[in-house]
Design a protein around this ligand. Structure first.
Ligand SMILES: Nc1ncnc2c1ncn2[C@@H]1O[C@H](COP(=O)(O)OP(=O)(O)OP(=O)(O)O)[C@@H](O)[C@H]1O
Length: 257
């Protein structure tokens, strides 16, 4: 499975009352790259993600996947191409973990005999990737917040998307599972757009970062050119110090009021 080329041109969004939440912005993301969306609470990150997984329709502009407008493909084709892991989690508390992950296969249902075996293999593979094989028979409602988050990522992977949209995927996760998900994101060769609050993590995992402030683009490009003290101070109203870890020589940002 390969990623899609994503082109976003002059896309904006307003509420029904006419309040602009996202001012026109443009960016490109070549197939297989990871884009991080950063910005303070209320900056417009989730709104931009909702436009990308076709939950909201842009008021202006267009979103092209491999050159085709996202709104010119069928809902089924969109569901095969794009998977999203959101902050809101399903309320199917009685379903087992395996049943929830199997829901990810729904857009691919063909009715062809034998398809079930391949679906089961994909589901097993995704459960394994997210460290969930021993949870397969547990009811979703009995899981912790972090375990539920991993189930939602496994379901999205089972969809075999070419564009994966993640809203704060490391929320609820302990350090080990945060690192695992970051490594998984870096390893997948599909196109990924993710919002991330942890800017040091964003620097490590993203090919590009887009920084938003009050619904406007502050900067976009490689993490080291976007996540500068000046840009972060503008977007988050905090003092920023850029340091270098002596062992790895990695950039490390610290924040102060
Ligand atoms: N349908 C809507 N009606 C009114 N206001 C909205 C609507 N959707 C979003 N907003 C507002 O737009 C702003 C951006 O919201 P959004 O959820 O995109 O922010 P965010 O950057 O994801 O924030 P957070 O980091 O807190 O999740 C917020 O002030 C939010 O209240």
């Amino acid at each position: 499975m390969t990623g899609v080329d994503l082109f976003v041109r002059e896309v904006s969004w307003k509420t029904g009352q006419g309040k602009t939440i996202l001012h026109p912005l443009s960016f490109d993301l070549p197939a297989g790259e990871v884009l991080g969306i950063a910005g303070a609470n209320g900056a417009g990150k989730s709104t931009l993600l909702r436009l990308l997984y076709r939950f909201l329709k842009p008021k202006t502009g267009e979103i092209l996947l491999d050159g085709t407008d996202l709104w010119h493909i069928s809902a089924r084709e969109a569901a095969k191409t794009i998977a999203a892991v959101l902050q809101e989690q399903p309320t199917d508390f009685a379903l087992t973990v395996r049943e929830i992950v199997t829901l990810g296969r729904r857009p691919h249902a063909t009715g062809i005999a034998g398809a079930g075996k391949r679906d089961a293999e994909i589901v097993d593979d995704c459960l394994g990737k997210m460290d969930l094989l021993s949870y397969a028979k547990r009811a979703f409602g009995t899981l912790s917040g972090g375990e539920r988050q991993r189930v939602m990522v496994a379901r999205a992977l089972a969809q075999e998307p070419r564009l994966l949209v993640l809203d704060e995927p490391t929320n609820h996760l302990d350090i080990r599972h945060q690192l695992e998900i970051v490594e998984l994101i870096a390893d997948l060769d599909i196109t990924i757009v993710t919002s991330l609050h942890d800017l040091n993590l964003a620097s490590r995992v993203c090919d590009k970062v887009l920084l938003l402030h009050e619904g406007r683009l502050v900067a976009q490009g490689m993490p080291e050119t976007v996540l500068t003290p000046g840009n972060i101070e503008q977007a988050y109203s905090v003092q920023v110090r850029l340091e270098q870890l002596s062992a790895s020589r990695e950039r490390y940002l610290t924040f102060h009021l």
